[in-house]
Design a protein around this ligand. Structure first.
Ligand code: FES
Length: 122
């Protein structure tokens, strides 16, 4: 059990560890992101959390960054260095983003499969 002091934290990375993402390499992604943070001495400014399914299984492996509000798709361990570099630069990995928050809602990127609305029958 841990209670981290988050007062120096600038970025929160949520890494999906739900069933579909786990089958697609979420454990390797999780370890690669955490290793990259440790290697660069950024543990005090970038916090990570594993999550259960985020409801975008088609995009596996899913990773979400806050407070910038990007949802990433098809992430793998190889993407960890450029993910961390982009966060530090206040940027993002354009070719891996599925949705970005515009201040009102999450806007899908051009190639993103929209999926089913929550108020629609499946
Ligand atoms: S298991 Fe990751 S989005 Fe569903």
């Amino acid at each position: 059990m841990a209670t981290w002091n988050l007062t120096t934290t600038k970025h929160h990375i949520l890494i999906c560890n739900g069933g579909s993402c786990n089958k697609a390499g979420a454990e390797e992604l999780t370890q690669s992101v955490r290793n990259e943070i440790m290697a660069k001495g950024l543990d005090h400014i970038i916090h990570t959390s594993r999550t259960l399914c985020n409801g975008r299984c088609q995009d596996k492996c899913v990773l979400i960054t806050y407070p910038d509000g990007h949802w990433y798709k098809e992430m793998s361990g190889r993407d960890a260095p450029r993910l961390i570099d982009s966060l530090l630069k206040g940027s993002y990995i354009k070719d891996k983003v599925s949705h970005s928050y515009n201040g009102e809602c999450f806007v899908p990127s051009e190639e993103t499969i929209l999926g089913v609305h929550k108020n629609e029958e499946m």
